[in-house]
Design a protein around this ligand. Structure first.
Ligand SMILES: Cc1cc2nc3c(=O)[nH]c(=O)nc-3n(C[C@H](O)[C@H](O)[C@H](O)COP(=O)(O)OP(=O)(O)OC[C@H]3O[C@@H](n4cnc5c(N)ncnc54)[C@H](O)[C@@H]3O)c2cc1C
Length: 444
């Protein structure tokens, strides 16, 4: 393959050291991009990682930041610290806006760059399925800023509820609707319910904990539909024990910031709507339309190469290997992303050395979800667990998966404190969060 090098003569070109080695550009330092970077470190390649943030985010624990159980800096990790000592890896903070495959060029928010191999690892964004009113007034949970917004919205609304004498207004400020009964929705509902049970009576003694109602809306007739029946049934029981109201076969059709309307016509007064019901692929323009499949994912062959291009690959949530066994692509979870990142690292090295390559094979290591403290469900092959043991497994696996020793220590310490005391970390309103609904409230 012909190797193109960047000539830094254009003032718009992003400055990079000259090298005689092939340049691999990776867009996105999520689970997939970082696994790939680790595979390619110390190799005879120039690896350039682009991300619009200067940190990696551990999305599975976003809900704990949202509910004040963890501080954000314990689940994000700076890329520059991650690549310390990786001499052939460079990080550039920029958003990639366009891919120009005919000239192997990327257009970013900070300038252009040339690539020899390009890897898209850009993940997904919240999918509101075209419902503008819901997108405008609810909060998704796909970024650490979303988690902080949820935290601030929740704390501010609880404070507003303590101020108002209007009962209907108080109800809407203390009602929470979570949409989506997958792992993110279930975990969020469990954590909120525990906040309501253990924190609310201490912090807000002026009103009973029954004032905070939590609804979980699921379009299907079961929770955690990708897990076993046992996991689904146990999860429902755990949530009911925590007084979460689960609405099956319901989907949200409209939300004005104060009232949720479902397709069947049900209405719920709530100034807190958290949307975890769907994601869609997110990637810069320039990829041929014919490669884009359901969920806005990019179709690849079984080596993760985007069809029609010789040197463009996609990995993680954004990639869909469509075969008879995987007609919808692989599950959009961290394990898939990590395994694809590692696989592609080996594959690129083999391609460069003209060695034969094998197709990607996914190893399903199982699924876990937790419902509040001390309760979880785990499907590990033919072994299905529920309860305390599953929760221990969940805790150990998540703790070991977090990037950085300091972060693991901080999360472990917080969890230990909360295990014995039910205390959450500081519940501070540091920045003002102003949803449209709160502006309406002020004007009332
Ligand atoms: C709330 C929540 C809970 C979850 N819980 C679990 C769980 O318990 N277990 C599990 O296995 N999975 C879970 N997942 C799914 C898991 O997090 C994803 O499958 C995984 O993050 C996918 O990794 P990725 O590398 O493909 O994408 P991501 O991790 O999303 O990373 C994409 C990266 O690309 C960057 N980026 C995007 N566009 C651009 C651009 N144009 N230019 C520059 N940078 C860009 C982003 O900043 C980001 O760093 C959860 C997801 C969410 C949202």
């Amino acid at each position: 393959m012909k190797i193109n090098q960047t000539i830094n003569t254009n003032s718009e070109t992003i400055c990079l050291p000259d090298t005689k080695f092939p340049r691999i550009v990776i867009i996105g330092g999520g689970f997939a991009g970082l696994a790939l970077v680790k595979k390619l470190k110390h190799k005879e390649l120039q690896v350039v990682l682009f991300d619009k943030n200067n940190f990696h985010q551990f999305q599975p624990l976003f809900y704990q930041v949202a509910t004040s159980a963890l501080e954000p800096d314990s689940i994000v990790f700076p890329f520059r610290k991650q690549i310390n000592g990786y001499k052939n890896v460079l990080f550039r903070l920029a958003e990639v806006e366009e891919i120009q495959p005919s000239s192997n060029t990327l257009i970013t928010s900070k300038g252009k760059i040339h690539y020899d191999y390009l890897v898209l690892a850009t993940g997904t964004t919240t999918n509101f399925f075209g419902m503008d009113s819901v997108a405008e007034n609810s909060l998704g949970m796909k970024d650490i800023r979303d988690s902080l917004n949820i935290r601030h919205m929740m704390l501010q609304n609880l404070e507003e509820a303590a101020i108002t004498c209007d009962e209907e207004e108080r109800d809407s400020l203390t009602n929470f609707v979570i949409v989506g009964g997958g792992p993110a929705g279930v975990e969020m509902a469990g954590a909120l319910a525990e906040f309501c049970k253990y924190i609310l009576p201490k912090d807000y003694p002026e009103y009973p904990s029954s004032i905070m109602k939590i609804y979980l809306v699921e379009a299907n007739n079961m929770l955690l539909s990708t897990m076993s029946d046992k996991a689904s049934t146990k999860t429902l029981k755990y949530l009911k024990d925590l007084n979460v109201k689960v609405l099956f076969n319901e989907s949200v059709s409209d939300y004005d910031g104060s009232q949720v309307t479902t397709k069947s016509g049900k209405t719920i007064l709530a100034k807190n709507l958290i949307w975890t019901a769907g994601v869609k692929g997110l990637f810069p323009k320039g990829i041929d339309e014919k490669n884009i499949v359901k969920g806005n994912r990019i179709k690849t062959d079984d080596n993760l190469k985007v069809e029609g291009y010789e040197n463009i690959f996609a990995i993680g949530d954004i990639a869909a290997i469509i075969t008879e066994e995987t007609p919808k692509g692989h599950p959009q979870v961290a394990q898939t992303a990590i395994q694809q990142g590692k696989y592609l690292g080996d594959t690129i090295l083999k391609l460069i050395n003209d060695e034969p390559i094998k197709p990607f094979e996914y190893r399903d290591k199982g699924s876990l979800a937790t419902v509040g403290k001390r309760k979880a469900v785990a499907d590990l092959g033919k072994f299905k667990f529920a309860g305390y043991f599953a929760w221990l497994l969940w805790s150990i696996i998540h703790l070991l998966s977090i990037s950085g020793f300091r972060n693991r220590l901080m999360v472990g310490f917080n969890w230990a404190v909360s295990y014995f005391t039910y205390e959450k970390s500081n519940r501070l309103i540091i920045r003002d969060f102003k949803p449209k609904s709160s502006i309406n409230h002020t004007n009332k």
